[in-house]
Design a binder for this molecule. Structure first.
Ligand code: F0G
Length: 457
């Protein structure tokens, strides 16, 4: 099948072009933390695919015609209708972004001593579980441990471990099963429908509610159509609908597959749970017909959800990720295989074997991409997941030293990605030149957003 992006640029934004000297200064001033960089010092911003997608003319037209009524806004009814058709959930609550959905749902479902079990909790998801006093436990499938294997569904939850937990001594503590599609903390890998159905069945059999973290539901559906036996003839929309119906509800940031700068929702089947969440929502986020969103965002999301399941769009987006993955491999940089859609995960540990985990090779590669080419991306390795002692020295490294290169939706084109691959190739020619980093200062909670680093001597 020939694919190309089924849209063209109609309005564009200028890209900042900087000198190496400017970037060295900006990164030093940022404490060598990409989250502290001013965006006008970033040339290609691959920090996240969240809220960074390009909106369509239809989305902007819908946003311009939004109804700003406090209660009963027509924009809300459009938002609810599209989500109810997609999920078949009777209860749809708008919230301003995914972490607000997490906070509202988890503070209703979880409590101190409870366990939230997941294929992998995303960082803010884990934080919102922990803020309720519960424990966030990740049970990724065994196939994920081999970064190079071409297993199609390395985002799955490990079913034997889930069953052991639900039948073992801690069974009474399990408050929810949360399946993240696609598995952002787990290499952006998809979850199969077979795995999702089996996990839901296990949870139900033990009276535990099961929810989706559905931030990338459309991209997961596309990968199911491509990779899972029995799904090749289905549309991504049919697969997405089936996924939502396998579980009791969802939290979903709509800044990803809603292709919107802001927005999220909670979808639920249980009326009593929905009512309790609604009380929390009204007290903390906003009334039930806007949930902290502007009316324009409700309409942007509703239109974005119409666009995101277009097979031509998903094919082009998946093709773009696969092409960049090939270019990275040609440049001598291994990625977590097989390539997903929303991001590539570069194997920095393998590229920079001269750097021990305590010198954070993932972070070093991310810094080098910025210094060499103004490309911003983020470490997913020991800096993010390892444990530190009181002197901020690494004691337990993460299992992998990765860099996530996220691909914003409809924003960059082949020329930009060719440039990224050229910068990667230049780094990969002399990887031993790349210095390690040490931590200067790191807060205990969500440390990767706020830490300050320095090049190691
Ligand atoms: N769940 C997943 C799987 C996510 O990837 C994110 C955000 C959230 C929940 C929280 O949603 O940002 O709307 O509050 N991920 C972004 C990222 C930030 O870069 O991966 P949010």
């Amino acid at each position: 099948m020939r694919t190309f992006p089924p849209y063209r640029a109609q309005v564009v934004a200028e890209i900042p072009i900087t000198t190496r000297e400017q970037r060295e200064r900006a990164l030093a001033e940022a404490g060598y933390n990409a989250f502290n960089l001013p965006a006008d010092q970033v040339t290609i911003d691959l920090l996240t695919d969240s809220g960074t997608g390009a909106v369509s003319t239809r989305q902007e037209a819908a946003a311009a015609a939004a109804d700003r009524s406090y209660a009963g806004s027509a924009s809300f009814f459009r938002f609810r209708e599209i989500l109810a058709e997609l999920t078949h959930y009777p209860h749809i609550l708008p919230v301003h972004q995914g972490r607000a959905a997490e906070r509202v749902l988890f503070s209703t479902v979880l409590a101190p001593g409870k366990i939230s079990v997941s294929n992998t909790h995303f960082d803010t998801t884990r934080a919102n579980v922990e803020l309720t006093g519960a424990e966030a436990r990740d049970l990724p499938c065994a196939e994920f441990a081999d970064l190079d294997s071409l297993e199609p569904f390395k985002g799955n939850i490990d079913l034997p471990s889930l069953e052991a937990l639900l039948t073992g001594p801690e069974a009474g503590r399990v408050g929810q099963v949360l399946i993240t599609i696609t598995n952002n903390g787990g290499g952006g890998q998809p979850v199969s429908m077979a795995n999702l159905a089996a996990a839901a069945k296990l949870a139900r059999a033990h009276g535990v509610p099961v929810f989706l973290d559905a931030a990338r539901f459309a991209e997961n559906a596309w990968l199911v159509v491509q990779r899972e036996p029995g799904y090749a003839g289905k549309t991504p929309r049919e697969v997405a609908e089936e996924a939502f119906q396998l579980v009791d509800g969802c939290v979903a940031s709509l800044k990803k597959d809603g292709i919107s700068p802001m927005g999220a929702f909670i979808g639920l089947t249980d009326p009593e749970l929905a009512q309790r969440c609604e009380g929390n929502l009204i007290a903390t986020e906003g009334f039930r017909t806007y949930g902290g969103l502007g009316a324009h965002d409700l309409d942007r999301v509703a239109q974005g959800l119409r666009e995101v399941l277009d097979p031509n769009y998903l094919a082009a987006r998946a093709g773009e990720a696969a092409r960049l993955a090939r270019l990275a491999n040609d440049a001598g940089v291994d990625i977590v295989q097989p390539a997903g859609i929303h991001a590539l995960y570069l194997n920095a540990g393998r590229l920079l074997p001269h750097l021990p985990a305590s010198r954070f090779p993932g972070h070093s590669l991310a810094c080098e991409l910025y210094l060499e080419g103004g490309i911003r991306c983020v470490e997913l390795g020991s800096l993010y997941l390892g444990t530190l002692d009181e002197n901020r020295e690494l004691v337990t490294p993460a299992p992998f030293e990765l860099v996530r290169v996220a691909l914003p939706r409809r924003v960059y084109s082949q020329g930009h990605y060719d440039y990224v691959a050229e910068v990667l190739a230049d780094i990969a020619k002399n990887p031993e030149r790349v210095p390690g980093y040490r931590i200067v200062d790191a807060p205990d909670f969500l440390r990767h957003f706020n830490l300050r680093m320095a090049p190691a001597a």
